[in-house]
Write a protein that binds this ligand. Sequence first.
Ligand code: ADP
Ligand code: MG
Length: 322
Amino acid sequence: MALTEFSLIKQFFADATQKRQDVIVDIGDDCAVLSCPEDSNIAISIDTLVSGIHFFADVDPYTLGHKSLAVGLSDLAAMGATPAWFTLALTLPELNENWLSAFAEGMATLAAEHDIQLVGGDTTKGPLSISIQVHGLVKKGAQLQRSQAKSSDKIYITGTLGDAGAALQKRLASWQPEILSEADWSFLTKRLEQPTPRLAISQKVLPYVNAAIDISDGLLADLGHILAASGKGAKINLDAIPLSPSLEKIDRKRALELALSSGDDYELCFTVPAEHVPAIEALNLDIQQIGEITDEQQMVLLNENGQPSLLDITTKGYDHFA
Ligand code: ADP
Ligand code: MG
């Protein structure tokens, strides 16, 4: 039987994710109805991924399903929220069962890892585009805001930076240093196509953090948003920026440029008051202290000798309308 809008929703989305107790009315009615615990507020964020802009039209639909949800989960992590529910607005050029089934599976696999339930959406015909709105729960007053960085806070980041940017450069600019092996490229490509939302780390560091953001547009651009919102500056030790073993292999200047100004890593950047540093370090997480917040409203990059660096960082993240 030919796939229709309604059979598509039923087949691929109505039972795609596990059911949560706090969903009063599920997919199939005009609205979903959700129950929020009394001690929490709801954090909401929406992201749209457009074919040809945010992903290549020929990308593996499984990884696309993963990434479409991962970018929203990353926003919840940056806010200190716990994932709860999401909605999905899908615009499809055609009804392709194989594509839909892989897309739904990639999305649902990540949803299961984070106990987030798909509770509604919209399905339309047109150029391929995916919007996911995530809803998370955050204990009243506990949200992590960009505006809350304080002078002398230590700046931390999760994971490694620049990996997704390297994979993008390969695809867009045929940049392919010989030193990188097949295994390096499959690692880097996975970092671009299937980012890991840092929810586990976010929940653990939450009690100690002043300000946080997720790095979707590059460290300089996104840390810049924390600094602008907080009216502060920062000193960054370039030597402390964590690079993956793959990026360690390439020219160091190039690796640092990728780490500082390429997007799509979906790591977290957060600031911690000095008195909480021992507690944060004792957690033994995949995080690295890279610098500190200053009163002077500028960003200074220090090289290994503690001297201001001459790295020429011209691109400060992606601006759709630039
Ligand atoms: P309405 O006409 O009331 O907007 P729709 O026909 O768009 O309803 O959708 C019917 C039901 O299916 C609704 O509960 C809606 O939330 C859900 N739904 C539609 N598209 C999707 C989708 N892509 N993923 C999940 N749920 C969807
Ligand atoms: Mg609708």
